[in-house]
Design a protein around this ligand. Structure first.
Ligand code: ADP
Ligand code: MG
Length: 344
């Protein structure tokens, strides 16, 4: 009986949490009056930090409205994304309303960047305080499935991995962003195309932890696809592909590089080899220097790279566009098969 009462209590609280606070109601009311939308039809998602609603525009287009929650507690663990982001110096921890408004603003700006560079994502439309109106991905009020739930057949899943690899590189090279919460939960499969969502925590490349976040993103993406039976790259190979400055973000050079990588992945078993597993574990622990100034012990590393024996833990060649032995700038992509003379 006590358990039943507890669960009823929890259900009541959940219901109460769905009720919009007066500020949110006021923002929505004004948007309604300005004709941003004509009707809110229902809730698509209730998350820890935001709720997403489905709405209709007066001309009938479908909209998604993301309402950030103003409760301060849920945003506490977001500090790691904000500390060090040059765009958000005025981050105000003491004022939860300002903070939540900032997250909504960050999402709006990041979505605009993605949209401008042609990375599939919901088009951002309107921002008012902590309420963001964007294009709805889905149809007839039904949201497009998350990659996790899309049930893609094996061949399409393999293709989706390639699309994800490209998306990570384009986010980095074209948007100069690291998503920082990239996974099968924040990709929607809409019109048979992967769409990137939930970018409020995405960071600029000059964020002190940008490379850590990128490495985590690569890890999460690889983990998902490997569980789905796709033969993947190692985390380091994916990371290096994302950051390598020696080829563009699109065009024949990129395609050639990508083909070579995907052939490499496909030549491997779908489950990690012991060797790959070790490589991933080492890379997960490795210190990735932020700037070349941070490269300590250059001489020792240089000797190790030259000898070509023990190079684990040295991860700045691809970032800096250097040859493997650090003897100068590379003119070719880093990920040539060793036999073809990458450092020539
Ligand atoms: P959070 O994970 O912070 O709660 P998300 O931005 O990931 O917020 O959105 C939560 C869920 O809402 C998504 O998994 C998706 O199902 C739905 N959603 C978000 N944005 C859209 C959109 N533009 N169109 C359709 N559904 C969306
Ligand atoms: Mg999400």
């Amino acid at each position: 009986a006590a358990a039943a009462a507890r669960s009823k209590d929890r259900a009541d609280r959940a219901t109460v949490e769905q009720v919009l606070d007066p500020r949110t109601r006021m923002v929505l009311f004004k948007m309604l009056n300005r004709g941003v939308f004509s009707e809110i039809n229902g809730c698509v998602s209730t998350g820890k930090e935001a709720n997403v609603y489905h709405a209709s525009a007066p001309e009938g287009a479908e909209l998604a409205i993301k309402v950030y929650k103003t409760a301060i507690l849920v945003f506490r663990d977001r500090d790691r994304y904000v500390v060090g982001d040059s765009r958000f110096q005025r981050y105000c921890k003491s004022n939860p309303r300002k903070m939540v408004k900032m997250w909504a603003e960050k999402e709006m700006r990041n979505l605009a960047r993605l949209h401008a560079t042609g990375i599939p994502c919901p088009k951002p439309l309107q921002l008012r305080m902590h309420v963001l109106v964007m294009e709805f991905l889905g149809e007839g009020g039904v949201a497009a499935p998350r990659l996790k739930d899309a049930g893609l057949p094996p061949a399409r899943m393999r293709q989706a991995y390639t699309e994800m690899v490209i998306m990570i590189r384009q986010l980095y090279q074209k948007c100069r962003l690291v998503h920082a919460d990239l996974s099968e939960y924040n990709i929607l499969v809409h019109n048979n195309e992967l769409h990137c969502i939930d970018v409020s925590q995405a960071v600029e490349l000059d964020h002190p932890r940008a490379f850590d976040f990128l490495r985590e993103d690569c890890q999460h993406v690889n983990d998902f696809f490997r569980r789905a039976g796709v033969a993947t790259l190692t985390v380091r190979e994916l990371f290096d592909f994302a950051v390598d400055p020696s080829f563009g973000a699109e065009g024949p050079e990129l395609d050639a590089q990508l083909d070579r990588l995907m052939e490499l992945a496909a030549s491997r078993p779908a489950t990690l080899t012991a060797e790959q597993e070790v490589a991933d574990r080492v890379f997960a622990q490795a210190y990735i220097p932020k700037k070349l100034d941070d490269v300590i012990n250059y001489e020792r590393d240089h000797a190790r790279l030259k000898a070509g024996t023990d190079t684990e833990g040295i991860y700045y060649q691809a970032l800096a566009g250097m040859k493997e032995d650090m003897s100068g700038a590379r003119s070719m992509p880093a990920q040539q098969p060793a036999s073809s003379g990458a450092a020539s």
